[in-house]
Write a protein that binds this ligand. Sequence first.
Ligand code: MN
Length: 241
Amino acid sequence: MLVGARTDIGLVRKTNEDGFHIGGNLFAVADGMGGHQAGEVASRLALEVLAEFQIDGADPTDYLRRAFQRANEVIYTRAQQDKTLVGMGTTLTALFIGEGSLWVAHVGDSRAYLCRGQELVQLTQDHSVVGELVRNGNLSAQEARFHPHRNLLTRALGTAPAVEVDVFAAKWQDEDKVLLCTDGLSGPLDDDEIRQIIQGHDHPQGAVDELIRQARRRGAPDNVTAVLIKLAVQDEAARGR
Ligand code: MN
């Protein structure tokens, strides 16, 4: 398994409220929101809770669901206790790699993509107002990228006492690549541009660096974060020893 990752403040924002986690077989990106520094607190808390959560032989679906619920509680409780943090929240998109299967857990409008051969497929649904308009056929994906209300989320972590979490499993193949990114990447770049950059680089870090460079060339109005994992079957054999 090869991994590339980077987060960038972009060209407009004064703080970086995005974050990512890489550890063992667990990867995640988070995009915080809230006044002052609150968004940074929310995304950091989400990634910390996820990183500390023990899988302890549980089914990855249960484990991810419990980790997300716990992260939601921690952020929500913290916001209730501190006036400066009221209303903070974050997206969280997490990937767990198992033998031959992967699991994705997701809340918000960050994304997971699977790149296989010449194809790039978005695995997650955007939990946003424009995401719903696209799914209902009322807006094209291209229009959604420039919609004035594209930042309005229908689901976020930490803004309410409970949250609905999408969790699903998929099979993976040798040389599949999985991209986790925030909307600071998928806004400035469309899926075809993302696909070409991923396919144009053998090592994930080269692809990630180029993705962020291109988002900055488009003005990077938001924080930009990308984590790219290249999967290899030999990892399985190594783990079995
Ligand atoms: Mn963002």
